[in-house]
Design a protein around this ligand. Structure first.
Ligand code: ATP
Length: 284
């Protein structure tokens, strides 16, 4: 049997770091939403006890380091499954970009194998399993829009933003999330107004959302990589309504309400940036 599952990227509408915990993780508060930029995961049942990964992308590991592999392995161990699976990842989401591509692949694998192997797990059970793989996997299991807290695994569902365009630009650098956190001065942060973002979503206020986009990691990455700051400036100059870096970067996105502006911004960015996408919000 074979199954194909979509694995959408997320963007951070806000990202706050509250403090560093004794276990080494940071306590965070993130408002995240899924966008219509997705990998596709194909799962094929194997009679023998093995997991294989194929991706045609040299930045994606094809062994136990791959989060989709880890998802399959976790289900096999937990439910004592003796058969295997061949996982093909059609990679569309830029890698190490702040868009949770790997986490979304893991979430899609959990959901797909739940069906393929007839495990009958609920979304909440899948999200709990996801948290064992990585902090963003629980959110990716549900998709939509949510406040993620704790180390990212505690999910409170929120209304999705009114539909609009999301233009994403990723410079040709990979950013190490660990390095960004290392350079973060947790005691001296200008914290996002997360409550105001939640209110804006509840009020379906596009302008409220634009006014409260905020990410405490942004200034750290912008200082480390001037090209990210340049993309942000250019996206603002070309006329995006509001611009923010997603996750630990380096992807910068702009929200745009009117389609008439999308082409100008997209083409302007394509002039100096290889990876540019214009997509829609996914909603629920
Ligand atoms: P996040 O936003 O959750 O911090 P990210 O978008 O910054 O994630 P990913 O694209 O998930 O980063 O990739 C980070 C690293 O994870 C990559 O450098 C890669 O080595 C590894 N990785 C493991 N599995 C995958 C996968 N399925 N797709 C992409 N990268 C993967």
């Amino acid at each position: 049997m074979r199954l194909s599952v979509k694995a959408p990227a997320k963007i951070n509408l806000s990202l706050d770091v509250l403090h560093k915990r004794p276990d080494g993780y940071h306590e965070v508060e993130m408002v995240m939403t899924t966008i219509d930029l997705a990998d596709r995961i194909e799962l094929v049942d194997l009679p023998e006890d093995k997991i294989t990964i194929l991706s045609h992308n040299r930045f994606v590991p094809d062994d136990g380091r791959n989060l989709a592999y880890q998802a399959a392995q976790l289900l096999k161990k937990r439910f004592n499954i003796k058969k295997g699976v061949a996982i093909t990842i059609d990679k569309v989401i830029p890698v190490a970009a702040g868009l949770a591509g790997g986490s979304s692949d893991a979430a899609a694998t959990l959901k797909g194998l739940n069906e393929l192997w007839g495990l009958g797990l609920s979304m909440d059970e899948l999200a709990d399993l996801g948290a064992e793989i990585g902090s963003d996997v629980s959110f990716c299991v549900y998709g939509g829009t949510a406040l993620a807290s704790g180390r990212g695994e505690k999910i409170r569902h929120l209304p999705s933003p009114p539909n609009c365009w999301v233009i994403l630009a990723k410079p040709t650098i990979g950013v190490s999330t660990a390095d960004v956190y290392k350079n973060l001065d947790v005691k001296n942060l200008k914290h996002p107004d997360t409550e105001a973002m939640i209110k804006a979503l509840e009020n379906e206020s596009y302008h409220g959302i634009c006014d409260h986009l905020s990410n405490v990691l942004e200034s750290v990455t912008l200082n480390m990589y001037p090209e990210v700051a340049h993309i942000k400036e250019q996206m603002e100059r070309f006329g995006a309504d509001s611009v923010l870096m997603s996750g630990s970067g380096p992807t910068v996105y702009g929200l745009v309400q009117y389609e008439s502006r999308v082409h100008r911004i997209y083409n302007g960015l394509r002039g100096f940036c290889d990876q540019v996408f214009a997509v829609r919000m996914l909603g629920e």
